[in-house]
Design a protein around this ligand. Structure first.
Ligand code: ZN
Length: 326
């Protein structure tokens, strides 16, 4: 059977926020290079995670597996897991890495040092040390709930073309295709939880997940909201400044038409500012003059409206939480 997906990844949501920032915070702003590199890293990381998901979700395991992504739990301290596979006999934490360049993991200090193709050196936390710490914390979390289940960890290199040098360690470093085999090796065939206990533990993990409310990007990176660029972005060429034509939008640069391009502009606003949107601010954002048009567009979206006619504002909850599957 394929694993049961208990919790989806949150990366697509994070990426949407960073895309909004890159689109609307001027390149001349000092924070711009940081946002660009965060977006590239988030996209690369997510690409790697999808590679593992694809392997796991097409593999027929002979036993039940619950699969969780981007979980945050508290045991002494808050800790996060990229991918957690939970079976009746053990838990396996997978830390996925997708980085270009030459990677060297050192032990003392525990670091990952990357030499990019252009020769630039950068240092990161060692994924081995990360997995080790996360395993210990999750073990503690389980023990505090009376569950005695061995917790294993592995580092997953998303693509076989990645070059990595590792110290001697008990924590395996695998490519996605090798993860199902490793899961099989860990199965000893005896002991552990019953099917009901596994289901119950899965529920408890979901209930304990600490979803975090995302701070608006302008606040997080100290960018005044006045610098945000207005205009509707073209869904094809991503240029700002589509023209309102009839009920839809027209891109003067690539001639593309869209009926819904304004929705992304409004979502961008909430990602960046987190502030309620008034009719006037909406017109300034979309580059339109008519209050009735703005009203129609705002009403058609699933926004929370507060206040009476003139003072009405609209807001949107961009929670980091995605749908939970049980
Ligand atoms: Zn265009």
């Amino acid at each position: 059977m394929t694993p049961i997906l208990m919790k989806e990844r949150t990366a697509p949501v994070l990426i949407e926020g960073l895309e909004a920032a890159v689109r609307r915070i001027p390149r001349s702003h000092p924070v711009s290079p940081n946002l660009q590199s965060r977006l590239s890293a988030a996209k690369a990381g997510y690409g790697g995670e999808l590679e593992l998901d694809r392997v796991l979700n097409t593999y027929k395991f002979p036993h039940e597996i619950l699969e969780f992504h981007d979980l945050s739990l508290v045991s002494h301290t808050l800790f996060q897991m990229d991918t957690l596979l939970l079976t009746e006999q053990f838990a396996l934490i997978c830390e996925v890495k997708n980085m270009a360049g030459d990677l060297v993991v050192t032990e003392n200090p525990p670091q990952l040092i990357r030499t990019a193709d252009d020769g630039t050196l950068s240092g990161f936390l060692s994924p081995l040390a990360q997995v080790h710490t996360t395993c210990k914390l999750f073990e503690g979390w389980l023990r505090a709930r009376g569950v005695h289940l061995p917790v294993y960890g592995c580092v997953v290199m998303a693509y076989a073309k990645q070059r990595i040098t590792l110290p001697n360690t008990e924590i395996p470093t695998l490519f996605p295709k090798l993860v199902p085999g490793y899961v099989g090796e860990l199965m000893t065939g005896s002991g552990g939880l019953t099917t009901d206990e596994l289901a119950l533990l899965g529920q408890r993990i979901l209930e304990s997940h600490q979803g975090f409310n995302h701070k608006p990007i302008c606040e997080r990176f100290d960018v005044p909201t006045e610098v945000i660029k207005g205009g509707v972005a073209c869904p094809d060429c991503d240029r700002l400044g589509m023209w309102k034509r009839g009920k839809g939008w027209y891109c003067p640069a690539c001639k593309c038409r869209s009926m819904t391009a304004h929705e992304q502009a409004i979502r961008d606003w909430f990602w960046l500012t987190g502030k309620p949107l008034t009719n006037a601010a909406c017109r300034a954002l979309l580059g339109i003059d008519c209050p009735r048009t703005a009203l129609r567009l705002l009403r058609a979206m699933e926004l929370t409206a507060v206040g009476n006619k003139r003072g009405r504002t609209y807001s949107m909850q961009l929670h980091m939480e995605l749908a939970k599957h049980t």
